[in-house]
Design a protein around this ligand. Structure first.
Ligand code: CUA
Length: 368
């Protein structure tokens, strides 16, 4: 290899290595903040160092022999050729088998530990994977939120997860996704997703046909980032979420806040409600629900296609699969042309005027 090529390879390799360094890395499985991630990390660290030791010994020996016995000028004879050494072959078969058996013991134990039933005190949340956003339903509490999984610290959380597709109706509720029950295929043309917040838990694939469970608990209050980890279509990279861990009392407060009806409407917000009900062919309510929003007959307005429930929208930190921080500026960009920001998004471009967008934002801001 000539020097220039070698230098180029070193620069590229060094660049890639440095690109892996981030002072603000928010999704590191190496910094566990909950029991599930802790167990996985406790398994990873010793196995990693065993692998490092083996790598150093094997590659070291390889390099040593390659250099020590390399071809030298003036040596034309071929050294003695050795074929077969029974003792050596038995040794290098048994040794790896022993090492693998040693690694298997804690691995299998951890698998069983992670699958353990968290008991009746666990907070139960149903997680539905849509293309491309996550829905979190709290059946006991009667709360349904997109993109943000709120949990209390120190209490086990039992997630029951399914993937759902277009055509899946918001009613009856996500109760279809329970235990090991097969989810009716009528739930639509759904695809496999994978749910992962590295600081809190390992990945769990989310399937269209069967419910899967995952248990974790967060140690400290905080916001933990997560995202879909299985390629699931055009906007897979835009299928993010956050886990918001609250101190127990604050979690109760959050639940109470989500349960009360959404805010009052005045001025631009009232106009925004009109746009919300009338935009496009059938209004935003063709897909989105807002708890407490009623039509002229006092019937609750419910989206018929399963889009994020917008109740208490103003209290959310992010939206659109958690790719955008919840600010007026981002809402303006989003509402102007959703598919431009999230390719394949089911949210259509209704060609709203900028006045209508401002009114809609005023309306959404009342949904505290
Ligand atoms: Cu859902 Cu990738």
């Amino acid at each position: 290899m000539n020097r220039k090529v070698l230098a180029a390879v070193c620069v590229v390799a060094g660049g890639l290595l440095l690109a892996a360094c981030a002072p603000n890395a928010t999704q590191s499985a190496l910094e566990p903040a909950g029991d599930n991630a802790e167990k996985a990390n406790n398994l990873f660290v010793p196995v990693f160092w065993v692998a490092v030791a083996i790598f150093v010994i094997v590659e070291g020996a390889l390099l040593f022999f390659a250099i020590r016995y390399r071809h030298r000028k003036g040596r034309d004879t071929i050294p003695p050729q050795v074929h077969g050494n029974t003792r050596l072959e038995i040794a290098w078969t048994i040794l790896p088998a022993v090492i693998l058996a040693g690694v298997a013991v804690p691995t299998v134990a951890t698998i069983f530990e992670l699958a353990r039933d968290p008991g009746p005190d666990a907070l139960e949340v149903t997680v539905l994977g849509h293309q491309w956003w996550w829905e979190f339903d709290y059946p006991e509490e009667g709360v349904n939120v997109p993109n943000e999984l709120h949990v209390p610290t120190g209490r086990p959380v039992l997630l029951t997860m399914c993937a759902v597709g277009v055509g899946y109706e918001n009613q009856p509720a996500p109760s279809e996704c329970q235990g090991d029950n097969p989810v009716p295929l009528t739930l639509g043309n759904s695809v496999i997703h994978s749910f992962w917040a590295p600081e809190l838990f390992g990945t769990q694939d989310v399937f269209p046909t069967y419910a899967r469970t995952l248990t974790f608990a967060a140690d400290e209050p905080g916001v933990y980032e997560g995202q879909c980890k299985e390629f699931c279509g055009l906007s897979h990279a835009y299928m993010r979420f956050v886990v918001v861990a609250h101190a127990p009392a604050e979690f109760e407060q959050w639940v109470a806040d989500q349960q009360r009806p959404a805010g009052s409407l005045e001025g631009a917000a009232a106009e925004g409600l009109r746009v919300f009900l009338e935009a496009g062919p059938a209004g935003c309510t063709e897909c989105h629900s807002v708890n407490g929003l009623e039509d002229a007959n006092g019937e609750m307005i419910r989206g018929s296609i399963d889009a994020p429930n917008l109740s208490h929208f103003a209290s959310r930190a992010c939206f659109a699969g958690c790719i955008l921080e919840n600010t007026d500026e981002n809402l303006r960009r989003w509402l102007a042309d959703p598919p431009a920001m999230k390719p394949g998004s089911l949210m259509p471009d209704y060609e709203l005027t900028s006045e209508e967008i401002d009114q809609l934002i005023a309306f959404l801001n009342t949904l505290e």
